[in-house]
Design a protein around this ligand. Structure first.
Ligand SMILES: C[S@@+](CC[C@H](N)C(=O)[O-])C[C@H]1O[C@@H](n2cnc3c(N)ncnc32)[C@H](O)[C@@H]1O
Length: 218
């Protein structure tokens, strides 16, 4: 499987059909998730941390069109949810999201940074954390930050869109499931609503939708 490459001096990579489909699933999952968890008109605040562990450079091209990649979709869907959920609401809901975008390639992070700046996200925006490095090495720090920001609920969604099954190890997935986190994977691959038990090491899996039947839980 060819890896996508981003560089500031090059156009973004051309999107392939399967990536298009995957991004469509991500967008519709996030939209449905925001709506499902915010049915109560009495809720005043909704906190969610979104982690894109293999985030890429932010955009693709499709002919002459620029197509948002997963980090931009996360931002767009959080923004859209804030508008949608506050329509016709007597009591305003504060949608408070924090985003972690990690990639092992500095050029990809630079490209994403430029995409964010073009869309008006400043370098001092505290809601967005960009990390250059291997996700495996960033995971524990990110989990600790989520637990600090949301000590009770720890509500989070992790997207692991690796370009090959071997890049996400079970041990990594287990570390995520130990929290009260949701995990979405790319190839290799699960879309897994799950809830871990606070303070415990057990986890219970909810329904699991595999994009790729090699995944052992699918
Ligand atoms: C399929 S691309 C991501 C595309 C992106 N999710 C999207 O849809 O816009 C996979 C990315 O993972 C990055 N990557 C590969 N191994 C990694 C690792 N261990 N930690 C962090 N990033 C990694 C690659 O550099 C590449 O940018």
């Amino acid at each position: 499987m060819a890896e996508f490459r981003w560089h500031l001096s090059d156009p973004p990579p051309r999107i392939q059909d399967h990536s298009h489909a995957k991004l469509k699933v991500l967008r519709s999952y996030l939209s449905a998730y925001f709506d499902r968890l915010n049915v109560s008109p009495h809720r005043e605040e909704f906190k969610l941390d979104l982690v894109d562990g293999f985030c890429g450079g932010g955009t693709f091209t499709d002919g002459t069109i620029t197509v948002p990649g997963s980090p931009l979709i996360m931002l767009e869907e959080a923004h859209a949810a804030n508008d949608r959920l506050n329509r016709n609401r007597a009591k305003r809901l504060r949608v408070d999201c924090k985003f972690y975008f990690v990639d092992k390639e500095q050029a990809h992070i630079d490209h994403l940074n430029a995409c964010l700046a073009e869309r008006g996200y400043g370098p001092n925006d505290e809601r967005i954390v960009l990390r250059h490095g291997h996700f495996e090495n960033s995971l524990d720090g990110i989990v600790a930050e989520i637990q600090r920001r949301q000590p009770r609920a720890g509500r989070s969604i992790f997207l692991l869109d690796q370009a090959g099954f071997a890049q996400v190890e079970l041990e990594l997935v287990n570390r995520i499931f130990r929290g009260r986190f949701r995990l979405l994977c790319g190839y290799g691959s699960i879309l897994a609503p799950c809830g871990g038990l606070r303070g415990g090491s057990r986890w219970r899996a909810g329904s699991v939708l595999g994009f790729d039947s090699r995944w052992p839980f699918a």
